[in-house]
Each structure stands twice: as C-alpha cells, then as structure tokens.
Write a protein that binds this ligand. Structure first.
Ligand code: ZN
Ligand code: ZN
Ligand code: ZN
Length: 374
C-alpha cells in the first residue's frame, strides 16, 4: 500500500500533542490549550479552550466526551453536546497522558508526579498507583493498563488491584508512548531510544530500530503497528517487527492513528494531516541503522554554565529548563514543547545542562549523557 497526503486541517496554534479516535470521530489537543473534534471527512464538530496551558493528551469516551490532560496539571472532560468542560481531578505536577477504560466508566491518567490515577469521569474517588517516575504514555484495553515510564520501563498494571503485573525494563532511554491492541493481548511501546518494541503480555519483546529520531507515538491498526517520530516520518510495522511502509510527513509527527482506512497524523506545526491510500504498490522501506553511541563525547566544550533567564525563551515555561552551554539559550524539556531540542536542531549547538543546578550534561549529537572530554 502507499499513502499520499489528502489534506491538512489547521486545528491548533502550535504543536498537536493529543490525538484519539472513536466511532468515526477524531479528537485533538493542542499546545494552545484547545480540544477539537472533527469527523473522519473533516467536518468540524466542536472545539473549545479546555485548558490554560499545553494539552498533552486526549481520549475520546463513549457518548463523545473528550478527556484531556495538560501542563496546567488538571484532568478535564469536554462534553460537546453540552458545550462545556469541567475538571475531574488533578495531578501533583503536569498531567501527561490519558485513556478511557474499555467500558468508558473510568479514566486512567499518568503524570510527571510518577503516578497512574484512575478517575470516575463524573467525579468521586480516585485510586492512585505510584510508579515513581514520570508516566509519559498510557493505554487501557481488556483488563490491563499499560504505562510508559521515564524510568525506561513499560509497566502492565491490573486496574482493579493497582498491582504491577509485569515490568519490561530493556529500553535505552525514556519511554514516550505505549498502545495495547484491541483485545488487550499485545502491547507496543516507543521512546527516546528510537526503538519499537512489541510483545504479547507474557512473551519476549521483539525490538526494532525504527526511526532516525525519537518516537513520540504508537498505535495499533488491527495486526499492524503505527509509529510517529521526530524524524518527520510515520511508519507501519507487522507484529514481527517487519517494516511495511514509511511515510514522510514533513515535520515532527506526534501521534498517528488509522481510522476507516485513512491515516491521521498529529503534527508539530499545528495541523492534523490526513493521508489516504493511493493504490500504488511500494517497495518495503530500508531498515533504519541506529549507531552505537561513542565511548566519550567529544562535543563538550561549554562557554556558559549558568543563566539568570527564568523561563523558556520560546514558550515562557518556568519549569524543567535546558541551558545551551554554547550560547546560553534557555528552552524547555521534552515533556513540554522540547524547545531545548529544537534549539539544537536549528543551531547545531550540541550540548545542554538542566536549570537550575546543571546536575547532568546531555549531548544531542551523540544522544547520550556527555562525559568529560579526554
Ligand atoms: Zn557529544
Ligand atoms: Zn518551551
Ligand atoms: Zn545555543
């Protein structure tokens, strides 16, 4: 199969970090704090300012309500029929990811505070499971919740007891996303190390070098897996890890979902890009080669190690700032709008430290922690 761009809808001012689909409707959440709902054919159904800050994720529930999570910490529900949104709860730090239970009676969220929380959409008691590190991605199918963590582990959690059923530990870096298949029998997960991992719940994972830059999103399309990456491509995979197709989309792809034979891609530039099969046969894509990191970083040559700049210079965030040690630029972290990483892409300035404290050194060129030069 081959997919070609059919249209792009400009739905948000700034990156689209949230994307979900149900019953022929697509929901998006943007860095502009807005949630939008469109039909598969592009008809606009509803949109509203739901958060005061970046929307990190959305989930469409039965009845058309949209649950959303945000850098404003709140978990909110937008009801397009009533035309209003209300707050279901909040995390102790940014709320990062959200999924409905299969029957739609509960919502699971993950936060920078390291917890998975389960809420009733209409309020009431919340159950909290502490995993200990930021929970960046979440999904809920069958009787299992999958949670992708900043500690490089994928957790499978029993939603009734809160117990961890299984922990997959082998990723090289932070995880950003995970997805269970429709039956809740297989799971796929992705993250900063550019690898796609696929496994049955009790099997051994298949690991594939999947993209040339970090992978933000993963989803299932029946027996295929779809990944969305900061290398500007979306790829489709068989469950054994065979690459089926790679599609250039022209900017960071945050999330990609197949709905009724169309591929919907949430884009960093604010658009929702829709691709349709064009009937052409294509050759399978060339495998990606991810080089091993070098023994020692040779880029570490700091000119600036302190800064009084209190906020990200691009989006104003006061939290989790990254200082470019070449020129002193201050940007925000990956879990926000990745303005530190974008500064490296624009300038080639290779190394960074966190503010305040400069507790560690990161090299973008080598994609690893930078050690002292020899
Ligand atoms: Zn380096
Ligand atoms: Zn920023
Ligand atoms: Zn710089």
């Amino acid at each position: 199969m081959s997919y070609a761009r059919s249209r792009t809808q400009e739905l948000h001012d700034g990156p689209v970090k949230g994307l979900d689909a149900r019953s022929g409707r697509i929901a998006t959440g943007g860095a502009d704090g807005r949630v939008a709902i469109v039909a598969v054919d592009g008809e606009r159904i509803a949109e509203a300012p739901v958060h005061d800050d970046i929307v990190n994720g959305v989930a469409l529930g039965p009845g058309g309500r949209v649950a959303s999570v945000s850098r404003d910490r709140r978990v909110r529900l937008f009801d397009p029929e009533a035309g209003r949104a209300y707050t279901t709860g909040r995390h102790d730090h940014w709320s990062l990811c959200v999924a409905f239970s299969p029957d739609g009676t509960r919502i699971a969220t993950g936060g920078e505070d390291g917890t998975v929380r389960m809420w009733s959409p209409d309020g009431g008691a919340v159950e909290s499971v502490t995993l200990g590190r930021p929970v960046n991605g979440i999904d809920w199918r069958g009787d299992v919740i999958a949670a992708a963590s900043g500690d490089r582990s994928l957790y499978l959690v029993d939603p009734s007891s809160g117990e961890t059923i299984r922990r997959f530990e082998r990723a090289g870096q932070m995880l950003w996303g995970c997805a269970l298949d429709e039956a809740g029998e297989r799971v796929a997960w992705v993250g900063r190390d550019r690898m796609l991992r696929i496994s049955t719940l009790d099997g051994e994972p298949t690991e594939v070098p999947a993209h040339l830059a970090q992978i933000w999103g993963v989803s299932w399309d029946r027996d295929a897996v779809i990944t969305a990456s900061a290398d500007g491509t979306v790829a489709r995979w068989a469950v054994d890890g065979t690459a089926l197709e790679r599609i250039e989309v022209g900017a960071w792809a945050r999330r990609a979902l197949m709905v009724d034979g169309r591929l919907f891609v949430a884009m960093e530039d604010g658009g929702l890009t829709v691709l349709e099969e064009d009937g052409r046969l294509i050759a399978p894509p060339v495998p990606v080669d991810i080089p091993d990191p070098p023994e020692v970083c040779t880029h570490w040559d700091p000119a600036v190690l302190e800064s009084a700049t209190p906020r990200c210079e691009e989006c104003g965030s006061p939290d989790e700032r990254r200082l470019c040690v070449t020129c002193g630029h201050v940007g925000c972290c990956e879990s926000q709008l990745a303005h530190g990483t974008k500064h490296w892409i624009e300038t080639g300035h290779p190394t960074t430290v966190p503010l305040p404290g400069a507790a560690w050194r990161w090299c973008y060129e080598d994609d690893m922690y930078a050690k002292e030069t020899a």
